[in-house]
Design a protein around this ligand. Structure first.
Ligand SMILES: [Zn+2]
Length: 227
């Protein structure tokens, strides 16, 4: 009889939790799996996440925010800081559930001479001072470049990053040695079209997400011009 290798119970639990969180994201319509998707880069993949849809269900966002808050509950937090609309919605839910009752502030993203930057609005500056304990919250972490900017912003003000909480992290991303807690850690395997196993199997290619980016304009309304 061959012994079945037994997994560490903590690892099994983490795996189950991750599956539950993935299911939740699937129900928002944000997460697509078992598909054959064309990415904006021209690569093909079987999974895709639509960032904008991740925080559309308030009860899901609240539940997921509470899980992140619970993870960081043992550390005092003065401020929860994020940037971008999705991350801000989530950071509200994290702060609401954290026992330290931290305040919620956000940085604004922009470009300065072609370089991406995050700026802290003047009204928030007195809230992040030397010694302030800051928890960073992000919805999806892909390259980690936004979080690096947030970490710099906090450290330049003499404050301290307690950790980073996020919904989704690409497993390969490292963040300056800061403790990162992610509900889902997944990297999508991507393939060049000529090496794509799904193309080889003849699975039809879903170009919806790339088309959406290029051709479907966001709806915009403008204030009528006053004469
Ligand atoms: Zn393909």
């Amino acid at each position: 009889m061959t012994a079945v290798p037994r997994k560490d119970p903590a690892a099994v639990e983490a795996e189950v939790r991750e599956k539950i969180h993935l299911e939740i994201l699937k129900r928002t319509g944000a997460y697509h799996s078992n598909d054959h998707v064309l990415l904006p880069s021209g690569q093909h993949t079987s999974e895709y996440i639509e960032k904008t849809l991740v925080t559309t269900e308030p009860s899901f966002t609240e539940g997921l925010g509470a899980v992140i808050a619970k993870h960081f509950a043992q550390w005092p937090v003065d401020v929860v800081l994020s940037t971008g609309p999705g991350a801000l919605i989530l950071s509200h839910c994290v702060a609401r559930a954290h026992p330290s009752r931290p305040v919620v502030v956000y940085g604004t993203k922009g470009l300065s001479r072609g370089t991406r930057q995050v700026t802290l609005p003047a009204e928030f500056q007195r809230l992040i001072r030397p010694g302030t304990k800051v928890l960073l919250v992000e919805d999806l972490v892909s390259t980690g470049s936004t979080l690096s900017l947030l970490i710099d912003l906090v450290e330049q003000r003499g404050a301290h990053v307690v950790g980073v909480g996020c919904l989704w992290r690409r497993t390969s991303v490292e963040l300056d040695g800061k403790p990162v807690f992610s509900l889902v850690s997944r990297d999508f395997p991507t393939y060049a079209p000529e090496e794509c196993p799904l193309c080889r199997k003849g699975v039809p290619l879903n170009e919806e997400f790339v088309r959406r980016r290029h051709h479907r304009k966001p709806s915009t309304v403008q204030e009528p011009k006053t004469q």
